[in-house]
Each structure stands twice: as C-alpha cells, then as structure tokens.
Design a protein around this ligand. Structure first.
Ligand SMILES: [Mg+2]
Length: 223
C-alpha cells in the first residue's frame, strides 16, 4: 500500500455540492492541483463566495486553461521519477489528468489509500469526479480514511487547527513544497501569517496533511 493525501474545495456543505478545486500530495511530495471551470456557480454558499472563489490562484493566470507538468520533481539521482500537475480546466479533463498523475504510483493493484482531513466531505466528490466509485482509477483502494479520527484516537481534539499541530521542521517543509522557496530566513510569525493566508487552498491543505502524516508516523497498511 501507498498513501495519497487529498483535499478538495466545493460549492457548499451539502449533498448536491459541486467540486471547485482538488489537491493531492504523495508521501514523497509529488503534487496534483486542479481548479474546475464548469461547476455550477449558483450553488456556492456565501462562505465559499467570500473565502474560496476569490482565492483560487490559477483563476488570475493569463492562460489558465493550460496545465503545467513539472517532470523530475522527485528526482534525487538525475532520473525522472514522477511529475506534478497544475491545471484549470473542465471536470472531465481534470479527471483524465488526475488518472494519469495517480498512475505513476501504481504497482498494478488497488494499492493506494486515499486519506483526507475529514474524508466524509471529500470522498464523495472525489468519486464523483470520475463519474462514480465504480469508475475510480484502478489503483485506488475503495475505503476512504480520515485524519480527524486518528487525532481522536490519539486523545487530541479533532477540531484543533492543523497549522498549530505542525512542528517547526514540518512547517518549513510545507512552505518549501507549496511555495517553492526555503523559508529559513523568515521568522515564525511571518511563516504562520503566510500559511494562515493560504489555508483553504486544496493544494496547500493536502501538503499540510502529508507533513502531519510524517509527524504522526501513520504507516499504510502492509499488503
Ligand atoms: Mg481545504
């Protein structure tokens, strides 16, 4: 088994919600991020209109419908091992490219656990992206898992601010992975301010989850 960490943003906290953006991060820091262009804007709650829609980073890019693939992102020995994807496109095109991105972690079996922070919110939208749970990429295991339950099991408040849980080294790793620079010259307040402003970006939230998994040493089920 391997693990992928998932975060989504969506139009409302209800069953009929549409997916707005999706972020996934692998254990070794390969990232997928997409913004959907053909969701129903009329379904957005007031909170989403204020906090999510204006802060979708790709919506302000001059050519937002293209996608960027960064090959070689996890290369430590000069050999390309994988790629990141960043795109803004229709749901169907996003699903196609997410399947391609997931394939790089495949060993041919349904061997990928998908973890989200509170996965009951994300999982149904993740399945819906592919049409239904019967159309999930074959590498994806059908049981969704969530981090909030792990916190409860650890005797921690599942509602704790995830940024408060991050240890200093993990905080730096999140900044490196999400923003692409080394934050060692920044003080703690500046780092926390930067991260607090970026919360609710699905790419950022998925990376935070990836770092928390390292801290809590949550291992995938061995199969
Ligand atoms: Mg989020």
């Amino acid at each position: 088994m391997t693990q992928l960490y998932l975060d989504t943003e969506f139009t409302d906290l209800k069953q009929t919600a549409d997916l707005v953006s999706i972020g996934m991060c692998s254990k070794d820091g390969r990232v997928f991020y997409a913004e959907i262009t053909d969701y129903n804007h009329a379904k957005c709650s007031e909170w989403v209109k204020t906090n999510i829609i204006p802060n979708l980073p790709l919506s302000t890019k001059t050519n937002p419908l293209t996608f960027i693939e960064a090959a070689d992102v996890s290369s430590k020995d000069g050999i390309a091992h994988g790629f990141d994807v960043e795109m803004r496109h229709q749901k169907e095109v996003v699903a196609f490219n997410l399947k391609r991105w997931i394939k790089q972690f495949s060993n041919g079996k349904a061997s990928i656990e998908v973890w989200a922070d509170v996965n009951p919110w994300d999982w149904v939208l993740f399945c819906d992206l592919f049409g239904s749970a019967f159309n999930l990429p074959r590498e994806i295991h059908y049981i969704p898992l969530d981090f909030a339950t792990v916190l409860k099991r650890e005797g921690l408040d599942p509602d704790v601010d995830r940024l408060d849980l991050l240890l200093p080294a993990s905080r730096d790793n999140v900044i490196k992975l999400h923003f692409g620079f080394d934050p060692s010259s920044m003080d703690k307040t500046a780092k926390i301010e930067l991260m607090t402003q970026t919360k609710h970006n699905a790419r950022f939230d998925a990376i935070v989850l990836q770092q928390l998994f390292e801290q809590f040493q949550i291992k995938p089920e061995s199969k």
